[in-house]
Ligand binder design. Structure first.
Ligand code: MN
Length: 228
């Protein structure tokens, strides 16, 4: 056995009703997957191929809780999203095959340093600074599923006021379509989380704010933004 330089623990997400947790290997995110959100971000919501970015696995905040306001931003935004966890290998799949790779679902927040994301967009630069940072991916406990969810109410409130309210059925690309498309580019498999995009109504949060997100039949997630 070769010597190890560092001991690093793998991020895990709890699974409802089970002792064992789900280890996170990668986080893929879909951009602009709800037409109304694409419009509020200044894009044309045509059904062009989905666009993706990634977050580091260690940006997961399992089960929610306190999230320190991140450095380098003055405009932290909430984005509530349906999260899909894969439980089987899937590569170059069609939608029907892709559906069989779903392990379960969760409620997730794609926390975004919007000022940094927009600056990068303007310059044609990568979105990493705006999207991938510590604590940027709170995820509720996973709920196992035999099939991908195609319709469910998705909602987010800040300090009790509803800011985002839509239905997963409004997604431009459905869960099986996203998995199938992404599987053209990656050997997807267990440990891969996919954030499937946010509906309209994104907006800023500041220290002291409480974010409560839910998806009917899947779960709930609460996050308190604290001083960073
Ligand atoms: Mn997003």
């Amino acid at each position: 056995m070769s010597p190890t330089l560092f001991q690093i623990s793998h991020p895990v997400v709890p699974v409802l009703g089970e002792t064992a947790a789900y280890p996170v290997r990668r986080i893929f995110c879909v951009g602009r997957n709800y037409a109304a959100h694409a419009r509020e971000m200044g894009s044309d919501p045509t059904r062009e191929a989905p666009c993706y970015f990634t977050k580091s696995a260690d940006s997961v905040v399992p089960g929610g809780g306190p999230v320190p306001y991140p450095p380098g931003t003055a405009n932290l935004h909430h984005e509530v999203e349906l999260v899909v966890a894969l439980g089987a290998p899937v590569f170059r799949a069609n939608a029907a095959t892709a559906a069989g790779a779903v392990f379960g679902h969760a409620v997730g927040l794609d926390l975004t340093r919007r000022d940094l994301q927009l600056a990068a967009k303007d310059l044609g630069q990568p979105w990493d600074l705006g999207k991938s940072f510590e604590f940027s991916a709170p995820v509720s406990p996973l709920r196992r599923a035999a099939a991908p969810v195609l319709a469910a109410r998705i909602e987010l409130a800040v300090n009790g006021t509803v800011r985002q309210s839509a239905d997963v059925a409004d997604m431009t690309w459905s869960v099986p379509e996203v998995i199938a498309h992404l599987s053209r580019f990656y050997h997807l498999g267990p440990g891969d989380l996919i954030f499937t995009g946010t509906p309209e109504g994104v907006g800023p949060v500041v220290p002291g704010d409480r974010i409560e997100a839910r998806i009917d039949g899947i779960g709930e997630l609460a996050v308190d933004i604290t001083v960073g």
